[in-house]
Design a protein around this ligand. Structure first.
Ligand code: PLP
Length: 399
């Protein structure tokens, strides 16, 4: 007998497994389409110039721990402007409870805990499919999970009618998780009109919308356009929860900077909610690291660095868009009899290709191309140098 005999290895995270297989493959043609991280046209990770500028500006200042609370509030305020609009009166009215979080994952985890504490009998409705970690996060917070229909495999688009049915048929006052833009893993977002209908139905049913915004900027290249879903819900008078991540749109994966905000009815309610969120965070991890906080708050509050960031974000989004066209064109030029329109119809970091698990395995085995079993392609992994090789491989395994 020993203390930990009964501990079995945890199941592998599907995305970590893809990267491991890729790294273990010595073939020079290998391609990693697994990770949801931005890469340049040479397949290399990118440090944005705005981040380098912010680094230079803050050099040496992270030891000033006494100022971190003030900077953290600044970060929250600037993050909220990205979501709700820079002149939104809900910000000036102080109706928000917002705290810095450990990137998007940490923001979701804090909210799940908050939900459990104040609505102990509630459940969470997650889209089917969704980022697999959503299931882990709400499971660990002991919130029962349900799913609502989202994706239609036959059109490789949104199953809007089924989504609306599931919203209508859920018990009144349910919690729903929504991806406001660049849905992971499908790349399928509702249109503006569809968001309006969803918001309306949420009002009828008194559901609570929790938006997980991990890719603001990646769908359209524009932060306001990518926030349109949330702004529609705001106009309709909902109370809203929102997780924000700067991992992707600032390329700060390792720094774990994010924000969790909850829109309340008035300032007094917001003060109470914020104090509870702070207490939950304190017991989980104390306080977040300060270096990333300084970077992000510098980028968001220095107007020159911020406009550089917006330009760099647009360039990343445009590269991904042109990768989509290049992949679709290459497949069509090869004479593939299949329809590849969804590659350019879908948006954001991912393409839900429709490749079957068997085809995904063949791509790995015969062509050294790695992606998750659900056929999700990280478009940032496609480059002008590998797109014809990739298209040819996809054409072969689907023919
Ligand atoms: N939410 C979604 C939908 C994601 O795809 C991701 C990352 O893959 C996250 C949240 C969390 O990202 P991070 O914790 O790195 O900010």
């Amino acid at each position: 007998w020993s203390w930990w005999d009964h501990v079995r290895p945890a199941s592998k995270d599907p995305i970590v497994g893809v990267t491991e297989a890729f790294l273990a493959d010595p073939n020079p043609k290998r391609i990693n389409l697994g990770v949801g991280a931005y890469r340049d046209d040479e397949g290399k990770p990118v440090v944005l110039q705005c981040v380098r500028d912010a680094e230079a500006k803050i050099a040496g200042s992270e030891f000033l721990e006494s100022i971190s609370a003030a900077i953290s509030s600044k970060l929250v305020e600037e993050s909220l402007k990205l979501v709700y609009g820079k002149d939104s009166n809900v910000i000036t009215d102080g109706r928000f409870a917002g705290i810095q979080a450990l990137s998007g994952t940490g923001a979701c985890r804090l909210f799940a805990e908050f939900q459990k504490r104040f609505y102990p009998e509630s459940q969470i409705y997650l889209p089917d499919p969704t980022w697999s970690n959503h299931h882990n996060i709400w499971r660990d917070a002991h919130v029962p999970r349900r799913t609502f229909r989202y994706y239609n495999p036959s059109t490789k688009g949104l199953n809007f009618a089924a989504l609306m049915d599931d919203v209508k048929n859920a018990p009144d006052s349910s919690f729903f998780l929504l991806h406001p833009c660049a849905h992971n893993p499908t790349g399928v977002d509702p249109t503006k009109e569809q968001w309006r209908e969803i918001s309306h139905q949420f009002k009828v049913k008194n559901h609570f919308p929790f938006f997980d915004m991990a890719y603001q900027g990646f769908a359209s290249g524009d932060f306001d356009i990518d926030a349109k879903a949330i702004r529609i819900f705001l106009e309709d008078g909902h109370l809203i929860g929102c997780a924000q991540s700067f991992a992707k749109n600032m390329g700060l994966y390792g720094h774990r900077v994010g924000c969790l905000s909850v829109l309340c009815s008035d300032h007094k309610q917001a003060v109470g909610v914020k104090s509870q969120l702070q207490q939950i965070a304190r017991a989980m991890y104390g306080s977040p690291p300060v270096h990333g906080l300084l970077l992000v708050s510098t980028i968001l509050s220095d107007s020159d660095i911020k406009s550089l960031w917006l330009r760099e974000m647009k360039a990343m989004a445009n590269r991904i868009k042109s990768n989509r066209s290049a992949l679709r064109d290459s497949l069509e030029n090869l004479g593939s009899p299949l329809n590849w329109e969804h590659i350019t119809n879908q948006v954001g970091m991912f393409c839900f290709s429709g490749l079957t698990p068997d085809q995904v395995n063949q791509l790995a085995r015969k062509f050294h191309i790695y992606m998750t079993q659900d056929g999700r392609i990280s478009m940032a992994g496609v480059t002008s140098g590998n797109v014809s090789y990739l298209a040819n491989a996809i054409n072969q395994v689907t023919n």
